[in-house]
Design a protein. Structure first.
Length: 338
């Protein structure tokens, strides 16, 4: 199965035993929670559109690893044409959902880790690239949503990870075993965390040799033992559960973010993509940032299209569509969007 339907995606998330907390209480089912469900619907749209023939060219690609038809959100870019289709796909989804659809960070992380693990292996003779190719085949064939996790809490920004008064301000390795490693720490502001099947962790800054324990990249299932998610607040979020039709914003689609806490999580060797090679941490961060800046040029523009349309409609409702200052602002918004 290289392409899941939207309903299959919902069912797959429902089967996972994730540890999710919101307002100080454990959430038994993110799928059925009225505050969290709109964000799940946004991810579902990435699966629904991939099933539609009119969007096939943008939403799907041919895997460079298996030759199978896959969702473009699990694709490893092969050409400038792939990058163009990627950003057009993101604009389409921004137009359809008017929100964050939460698979972009994982997609950009795939492409950054793929090339960086290759270069790490080339220097050190490690097996990270082999591990990652095996992992990507699994992700592509299962059509999974992956949370790309880069941002650490950071603590004192003037100090490197190894000099922090609290060593867990950056995610780190606390134990190395023959069969893998144990990690501890957190990743902050993780968009779509509770809607993801896996989390792909990367370092957040360039590192020195003293920061070896923090030069770690890996992936584990989102319901792995020791992973906890604390949902961040959104403006107007409780209004979605109060039964009102007013002032609830985009009630069908939405976004969410979480603090992901890793409390001594075990990572097997075949899920390690960087483990102590500090000089490659900065490379991974920089390559991810390049891909992710491009993503913003798609998703935010798609949402911008909706905002421009809404502003024009409001002007019509108020009989102000011919006012020069209104037209000027709509023109400026369109210019900035393009």
């Amino acid at each position: 199965m290289a392409l899941m339907t939207g309903e299959q995606y919902i069912e797959s998330i429902k089967k996972m035993n994730m540890q999710i907390y919101m307002f100080g209480e454990k959430i038994e089912s993110a799928v059925d929670n009225p505050i969290l469900r709109p964000s799940l619907n946004s991810v579902k749209a990435t699966y629904d559109l991939a099933q539609m023939p009119e969007y096939e060219d943008l939403m799907t690609a041919t895997s460079s690893l298996t030759g199978e038809k896959i969702n473009r959100f699990t694709h490893l870019h092969q050409s400038s044409d792939d990058l163009i289709k990627k950003v057009k796909m993101q604009r389409l989804l921004g137009q359809k959902t008017a929100s964050c659809f939460q698979r972009c960070v994982g997609m950009d992380a795939f492409n950054a880790v793929y090339s960086t693990s290759y270069e790490t292996d080339k220097k050190y003779g490690t097996k990270y690239f082999e591990n990652f190719v095996k992992y990507m085949k699994y992700i592509q064939q299962s059509d999974l949503t992956v949370d790309g996790a880069m941002t650490d809490p950071k603590g004192d920004r003037s100090l490197p990870p190894s000099k922090q008064s609290d060593p867990d301000m950056y995610l780190r390795v606390v134990e190395r075993r023959e069969d893998g490693v144990v990690v501890r720490g957190a990743k902050a502001h993780q968009t779509g965390a509770c809607n993801s099947h896996e989390v792909l962790v990367m370092p957040t800054i360039a590192l020195s040799p003293d920061d070896k324990d923090y030069a770690i990249s890996f992936s584990v299932p989102m319901d792995a033992e020791g992973i906890f998610m604390i949902i961040g607040r959104q403006s107007c979020d409780t209004r979605k559960s109060e039964g009102s039709d007013l002032d609830i914003g985009n009630c069908e689609y939405g976004g969410m973010e979480a603090l992901i806490v890793f409390e001594d999580v075990f990572v097997p060797n075949d899920r390690l993509f960087l483990n102590g090679e500090t000089e490659f941490a900065g490379m991974m961060v920089e390559r991810f940032a390049g891909y992710h800046r491009q993503s913003y040029g798609g998703c935010k523009v798609g949402v911008g299209d909706v905002l421009i349309g809404a502003a024009a409609l409001i002007a019509d409702y108020n009989g102000a569509q011919k006012a020069s200052h209104v037209k000027d602002k709509l023109i400026e918004m369109t210019h900035l969007n393009e």
